[in-house]
Design a protein around this ligand. Structure first.
Ligand code: NAD
Ligand code: UDP
Ligand code: UDP
Length: 335
């Protein structure tokens, strides 16, 4: 094997004939909704090698099918509550169910994923000297008493409610990130993600945008949970991925809010979906779940200033893009 014994020949061969990845990137939770879009974006750069670790609780191989078998891509069935030994330069730590239906299904497991999972990812980052980004959430602000929410707001979270496994789990995950940073010098980044939507969301995962689009396409009434005046701000997934990559490659640890400041009541959202997708359906009011935050809107001044980022896709532009994907998956062709 001539090039085994001749490193200069090997270097020259590689330079001329192969792509040498100069960044190996781990994405925990990369088979999920946001993670799979992040994979697509990172794979566009030929210098990146992407490894996904996912236990498929809410994600699926289907989301990554175009990359399976690609020489710069690797998919590992792995639960982040177990240790992971691997060599990487960057870790995007997304693993955690994001839909209330799924994170409430096994709340103890949700806490383990947030706490032990984040601890393991930080232990890995420490051992290999990788930079790590946590996808935290606007839920750390709980039912906010300040509006819109800046990063400096400490939140109003119920520590013993049915949403606490997620909200408090992410708050501990943020604390762990900062303690590893201060104690061990780990390079950290924290994104506080606000409600995100787009193609590949689980069709029946209970989140409001996916519910409404699926209901509109099936000709069912849109289920607005009472009172309907509660607000959310919806960010299209391509804007989210752009913000996450900027945060990872920038110099600020965060936390930084990444979200779209366009704020809508759930009644307004239902009316918009009805108008755009199926004007003949009804909107009906149904019971809500406990501890539902009454209003939520990101203050994105910091993202604008530090990352030069702001969302580009408006709700009325993003909903039709998601509709196309749902039509294909639900087999509801356009008339
Ligand atoms: P998702 O449920 O589609 O993706 C989560 C992925 O993590 C899935 O592929 C799932 O199988 C995997 N996973 C869950 N537990 C795991 C475990 N123990 N080990 C390994 N993999 C595990 O959710 P998403 O919307 O893509 O959210 C991604 C991240 O962004 C999550 O951390 C979520 O908390 C955060 N976030 C999302 C939103 C949003 O609106 N989508 C808002 C705020 C924060
Ligand atoms: N860990 C991991 N992969 C690694 C290194 C560590 O999953 O490459 C896990 C390890 O099993 C531990 C956690 O990360 O549970 C925290 O590791 P750290 O070294 O910070 O703490 P310690 O092992 O000393 O408790
Ligand atoms: N919601 C709704 N109808 C649904 C599902 C949700 O009106 O079919 C409401 C829910 O009460 C909440 C908002 O939509 O006020 C956002 O809920 P989602 O579960 O999408 O996200 P989160 O509560 O985590 O922000």
């Amino acid at each position: 094997m001539p090039f085994r014994s001749d490193p200069f020949l090997l270097a020259s061969l590689c330079e001329n004939f192969c792509i040498i990845p100069n960044m190996r990137i781990l994405i925990s939770g990369g088979a999920g909704f946001i993670g799979s879009h992040l994979v697509d974006k990172l794979m566009e750069n030929e210098k990146n090698e992407v490894v996904v670790a996912d236990n498929y609780f809410t994600g699926s191989k289907e989301n990554l099918k175009k990359w399976i078998g690609h020489p710069r891509f690797e998919l590992i069935r792995h639960d982040v509550t177990e240790p992971l030994l691997i060599e990487v330069d960057r870790i995007y730590h997304l693993a955690c169910p994001a839909s209330p239906i799924f994170y409430k299904y096994n709340p103890v497991k949700t806490i383990k994923t947030n706490v032990i999972g984040t601890l393991n990812m930080l232990g890995l980052a420490k051992r290999v000297g990788a930079r790590i980004l946590l996808t935290s959430t606007s839920e750390v602000y709980g039912d906010p008493l300040i509006h819109p929410q800046p990063e400096s707001y400490w939140g109003n979270v119920n520590p013993i409610g049915v949403r606490s496994c997620y909200d408090e789990g992410k708050r501990v995950a943020e604390t762990l990130m900062f303690d590893y940073h201060r104690q061990h010098g780990i390079e950290i980044r924290i994104a506080r993600i606000f409600n995100t939507y787009g193609p590949r969301m689980n069709i029946d995962d209970g989140r409001v945008v996916s519910n409404f689009i699926a209901q509109a396409l099936r000709g069912e009434a849109l289920t607005v949970q009472k009172p309907g005046t509660q607000t959310r701000s919806f960010c299209y997934v391509s804007d989210m991925v752009d913000g996450l990559i900027r945060l990872m490659e920038g110099n600020d640890t965060g936390p930084i809010n990444i979200g779209n400041p366009g704020e809508f009541t759930m009644v307004e959202l239902a009316e918009t979906v009805k108008e755009l997708i199926n004007p003949s359906i009804e909107i009906k009011m149904v019971e809500n779940t406990p501890d539902d935050p009454r209003q939520r809107k990101p203050d994105i001044s910091k993202a604008k200033e530090v990352l030069g980022w702001e969302p580009k896709v408006k709700l009325r532009e993003g909903l039709p893009l998601m509709e196309e994907d749902f039509r294909l998956r639900l087999n509801v062709p356009r008339n």
